[in-house]
Design a protein around this ligand. Structure first.
Ligand code: BES
Ligand code: MN
Ligand code: ZN
Length: 504
């Protein structure tokens, strides 16, 4: 849910805090000037006195106002050079404003949006909507397991005042849908693995997405066996919680007869490594190994909430990778849904097995014109690009161009990685068709993983593999929430669909 944000033309009378925007020329816009007048020129004077506040983008300054003022305090929000201001910067400023509002003790806030004659990369309505989106995205919390809710502070609501209120509200509505999708993905990642096991994950999708008009089909392990999904089933064998595959369909345009686009997510609800067990330190973090699946589900929620005019299939492969007497072993040879046999050399390289069967299933069943998979697939990806960039392996230049644009507009950073035939070959086995470890050893680990997946892409289907091992999860510098899911992928893929796969 996060913060509730509303739009209107005039300031809320019941607010205790007014936010005014300040560009780098430090001149007050009409709404700010009107307020300043009521304070007897207090704000103008403060701008002169506080020589440290320069109106830089994202800078904030809280001021207690004199008694005669209509609000107890004002928070100044710097927006920087008007001619350089663009939606992502507005969003960033909104995030910082949220922090400043919390610190100032504000309860009810009225945010006075003044435009500027030099705005050219953003309209006034967009400015209002994107600052709102920044506030919203930053206001996320996950505290359902705290018996004593941490004091959430007094901040209850933010009302945005802007001349073109209807336009701003309608822009925000779309952004808000995607923020809600992002929150859903974050919630799924943050949920502990003892509750979010595969059957519960599948049920959650049914409960959350069906009411929004998304078709949700759950394959249980019996059906998966019957179909021949030997790869994902092998991963789940060691667990008492059986695997699931969930197929979600959003049919936003019934008259559009072109093939749908498909998104596939790795949903390993906990990855111990299996018999090739991981070291104890930090193993708790492997509850986030379903971050790819979470992103796909968050995307489906966003598409449904904003009633996207696209036809989209989302598939998640859900399994828990546990060591036990029933677990699969190194040395096993399993048969994937594609018919290709796979020699298991390391049970910790399980994500690619889960994805393999999902990829085959989606191609056989829906013949999509484009597939993107998301997975927390390799530690090697994190070594290469850290938490900032998501390495993306793409077999189609025009698809990559589209992804790159969507990345630039949403700020979810993608970096193209190489798909080379050498890594595809490195995954061929002497005894089976494939092996799940690359012959190049630990070098190029993210690339060999992509090379493995490439064996499951049929014909010339446009395909991208996004390894979100580094971006799905973040260690925060705040001691109170040391680790949390980011919902990475929802925003960039929602943008991609909106820009290229919706027929109006
Ligand atoms: N889920 C892990 C990858 C991972 C590691 C994600 C750290 C996020 C943070 C994946 O299943 C895995 O264990 N990969 C192995 C592959 C190796 C055995 C070829 C890895 O990266 O070490
Ligand atoms: Mn693993
Ligand atoms: Zn894993």
């Amino acid at each position: 849910m996060g913060m509730k944000i509303t739009f209107s033309k005039t300031a809320r009378k019941d607010a205790d805090t007014a936010v005014i925007v300040v560009y780098s020329n430090k001149k007050l816009g009409p709404q700010a000037a009107a307020l300043d007048k009521k304070t007897g020129g207090f704000i103008k004077q403060a701008l002169i006195n506080h020589n440290k506040f320069s109106g830089k983008n994202g800078e904030t300054l809280a001021l207690s106002l004199p008694a005669k003022s209509p609000f107890a305090q004002a928070v100044l929000l710097g927006l920087g050079d008007a001619s350089m201001l663009e939606p992502l910067k507005a969003e960033d400023a909104g995030g910082k404003l949220y922090i400043a509002l919390k610190q100032s003790g504000a309860e009810k806030v009225t945010l006075l949006i003044d435009g500027h004659t030099k705005l050219k990369k953003i309209s006034e309505a967009e400015l209002a909507a994107h600052i709102g989106n920044g506030i919203k995205l930053r206001s996320y919390t996950f505290d359902r397991y705290k018996s004593k809710k941490k004091d959430k502070g007094a901040l209850k609501a933010v009302g945005v005042q802007v001349g073109i209120q209807a336009k701003a509200a309608s822009l925000f509505k779309t952004l808000n849908s995607t923020a809600e999708g992002t929150f859903f993905a974050r919630d799924l990642v943050n949920e502990p693995p003892n509750t979010l096991h595969p059957p519960h994950f599948a049920k959650t999708l049914q409960n959350e997405l069906k009411p929004l008009g998304v078709e949700v089909k759950i394959l249980d392990e019996k059906e998966m066996k019957k179909l021949g999904m030997g790869a994902i089933l092998a991963v789940g064998m060691g667990s008492d919680q059986p695997p699931r595959m969930v197929i979600m369909r959003w049919k936003g345009n019934k008259s559009d007869k072109t093939a749908p686009v498909a998104f596939v997510g790795k949903g390993v609800t906990f990855d111990t490594g299996g018999i090739s067990i991981k070291p104890a330190g930090g193993m708790d973090e492997m509850k986030m190994d379903m971050g790819g699946a979470a992103a796909v589900c968050g995307l489906m929620k966003s598409l449904a909430l904003r009633k996207s005019k696209a036809n989209v299939v989302g598939i998640v492969g859900l399994a828990e990778n546990m060591p036990s007497a029933k677990a699969y072993r190194p040395g096993d040879i399993v048969k994937s849904l594609s018919g290709k046999t796979i020699e298991i050399l390391n049970t910790d390289a399980e994500g690619r097995l889960v994805l393999a069967d999902c990829l085959t299933y989606v191609q056989k069943t829906y013949k999509p014109r484009m597939i993107i998979d998301l997975a927390t697939l390799t530690g090697a990806m994190m070594v290469a690009l850290g938490h900032e960039y998501c390495g993306s392996f793409v077999n189609d230049n025009s698809l990559w161009e589209k992804m790159e644009k969507a990345s630039a507009t949403t700020g979810e950073k993608l970096w193209r990685m190489p798909l080379d035939p050498i890594w595809k070959t490195a995954m061929e086995s002497a005894t089976a068709d494939l092996q799940n470890l690359g012959k190049t050893g630990r070098y190029a680990g993210a690339c060999t993983a992509a090379g493995f997946l490439e064996h499951f892409i049929e014909g010339k289907t446009a395909w991208a593999h996004m390894d979100i091992a580094g971006t799905a999860w973040r260690k925060s510098d705040k001691p109170t929430s040391p680790k949390f899911g980011t919902g990475f992928g929802v925003r960039v893929l929602d943008r991609l669909v909106a820009d290229h796969y919706e027929k109006k």
